[in-house]
Design a protein around this ligand. Structure first.
Ligand code: SF4
Length: 340
């Protein structure tokens, strides 16, 4: 039996029509599971007994259980049991919105040197239902509505492209989760062909690029993917996305002491980004006991920030959330697996 959350509304329409039901029944079912959040198909009052029987026989309404939960004042980190795999997501309560960072894979094969998740190799892709279900589970657990989704948790979203696209369709569909595409951001380490494919999709979901270095020499050391898709190609793909969508791209840049945080690096980064519709998000690194990297010193982060500003590059320093609760991605899952 498969999860109903695995189907987009178009897929559900074809399944229902090919089984003798009406196309509009798909809207009724979507509204029941996404708007009313029923936990049984029997609770959808406006569909026939035959349709309930069909749905009960073929589909489930699957939410996940919370294995572990760590809370600070503004951030809660969850470890979910998703079909016997442990998956993390993080809820951040900003004063303007509830923002949820979700995962797309169990582990990750991209091997970024600074990343906890990269140490846990990819076990498998998450299905559409498992990606969508993270949002539905946290909303139910906390009795809240999520207004922003950041697809930046464990895994490389573009390495699970088809399921990502289906999940985005269910997130943005007005009969589904109904979150505007401008309130959703997908973050990639730079899979160039997929950035281009993503740019061609309808819906204009925001794009963030994990750049983390101003040149290939440094980036090759931090991110193995750079050998396949060097910075020049990533920049061309960013230009393509901007041309297609006219949306501003976020450049993520983790500040690592002595590695990528000099004023020279800031100048080089400014030259790379000059004239592009981008803004840089500087992320103070969360070092862990097993990490070979340290967080940049505060004064170096400020100098880096000032250099970008002086060169007319838009820049922010990410507000730190959840530092006291194992904030680095993958840490909760890594700890859980260690304990086991
Ligand atoms: S930073 Fe992202 S892409 Fe890189 S290893 Fe970690 S989860 Fe994978």
């Amino acid at each position: 039996m498969s999860s109903i959350f695995d189907l987009t509304i178009n897929e559900l329409e074809s399944v229902l029509v090919s089984n003798g039901f009406k196309k509009f029944n798909a809207t009724q079912v979507f509204e029941g599971i996404y708007k009313k959040r029923v936990s049984s198909f029997n609770d959808i009052s406006n569909i026939s007994k035959e349709l309930k029987e069909f749905l009960n026989k073929n589909y489930s309404i699957e939410y996940f259980s919370v294995i572990d939960k760590l809370t600070s004042s503004d951030t809660t980190k969850y470890l979910l049991n998703i079909n016997n795999e442990q998956v993390e997501c993080v809820l951040m309560l900003h004063n303007y919105a509830n923002s949820l960072c979700i995962s797309t894979q169990v582990g990750c094969n991209m091997g970024c040197a600074f990343c906890e998740s990269g140490k846990l190799k990819k076990v498998r892709n998450l299905t559409c239902a498992e990606i969508v279900g993270q949002v539905l589970t946290i909303e139910k657990e906390e009795n809240i509505r999520v207004q922003n989704i950041v697809i930046m948790g464990i895994g490389e979203p573009f390495d699970n492209f088809d399921n990502l696209c289906k999940a985005l369709s269910n997130f943005t569909n007005s009969k589904g989760v109904n979150i505007g595409s401008r309130h959703i951001t997908v973050s990639t380490c730079g899979l160039v062909p997929k950035i281009r494919e993503f740019s061609n999709l309808e819906g204009q979901v925001n794009l963030a690029i994990s750049l983390h270095a101003p040149n290939d020499e440094v980036r090759n050391k931090l991110m193995p993917i750079n050998k396949a898709y060097p910075i020049k190609e990533v920049m061309e793909a960013i230009d393509y996305y901007i041309e297609k969508t006219n949306r501003r791209v976020t450049i993520e840049y983790i500040m690592l002491d002595g590695i990528n945080d000099s004023v020279e690096s800031a100048k080089e980064l400014s030259n790379l980004l000059k004239g592009k519709l981008v803004y840089v998000n500087l992320i103070p690194y969360n070092s862990t006991s097993s990490s070979e990297f340290n967080r940049s010193k505060k004064e170096n982060i400020m100098k880096f920030y000032d250099t970008l500003k002086k060169n007319n590059i838009e820049v922010t320093i990410r507000k730190e959330m959840g530092k006291d609760i194992k904030g680095a991605c993958g840490q909760l899952r890594a700890n859980y697996l260690d304990i086991k």
